[in-house]
Design a protein. Structure first.
Length: 231
């Protein structure tokens, strides 16, 4: 689904990241953690085609139109109703599916509301529906839960994890939260601005009690140690 080979993004003479390579199969769920400034967001923007590479290559099965990026901020248009925001750029044939996605995230009853009438968590759920409405094969998540309360964050994590599993979507999540990385990723990567510094499989990914599983805490400790050595 996704192949990244020796990728680098620069802002002027300053590299955001270099030497990054990654291959992701269809349906894989991958979490990327790393210190602030290591280029995680720049990587997602490059995959989505929003930033040019300085070197290397990125290939997405089906091209950029098969990829959807959910940002840290909801980026809803305040003058459009919720359903209109989800359907942005799409025709009336997408209306029923957009309504079904709003129902999935618990906002089917708010389709005629405006963003200002929703809470922060509700707006992020609208943004999630918008990122899924084009039926992407690759879903990129750029810390979309960082500003939410814990209960709302966990609900959205549950919804996304279940949805991508059901539909076989490849997921790439960037996060500062080790706990979130373990919950969402069957593969977990530690990134530095010099590329991938550590990778591990997550044997607890499918556990129903993952958030409270004591064995999973050991994986969190390993990741904290790896992050402590990241540059």
């Amino acid at each position: 689904m996704l192949a990244i080979n020796d990728a680098q993004v620069c802002y002027g003479a300053h590299p955001a990241f270099s030497n990054f390579s990654l291959a992701a199969k269809c349906g894989e769920m991958i979490s990327i953690v790393g210190k602030s400034g290591c280029g995680k967001t720049s990587l997602l923007y490059a995959i989505a085609g929003l930033l040019p590479l300085s070197q290397g290559s990125i290939t997405i099965e089906g091209g950029n139109t098969n990829c959807s990026l959910m940002f840290q901020q909801d980026r809803l248009l305040p003058w459009k109703k919720i359903l209109e925001n989800v359907m942005l750029g799409l025709g009336p044939e997408s209306r029923a599916y957009a309504q079904a996605l709003l129902a999935l995230v618990g906002l089917g009853h708010r389709e005629d509301s405006y963003p200002s009438e929703l809470s922060g968590g509700e707006r992020q759920r609208v943004a999630l529906a918008r990122s899924l409405v084009r039926k992407p094969g690759l879903l990129l998540l750029d810390e979309p839960f960082a500003s939410l309360d814990e209960q709302t964050r966990e609900r959205l994590q549950d919804e996304i994890k279940a949805y991508v599993r059901k539909h076989g979507i490849t997921l790439l999540l960037v996060t500062h939260s080790i706990k979130e990385a373990v919950f969402m990723g069957e593969r977990i990567i530690v990134m530095t601005n010099q590329g991938l510094s550590y990778e591990t499989k997550n044997p607890y990914h499918s556990f129903e009690d993952l958030r409270s599983n004591s064995d999973a805490f050991s994986l969190e400790r390993v990741l904290r140690t790896q992050l402590g050595g990241a540059q």
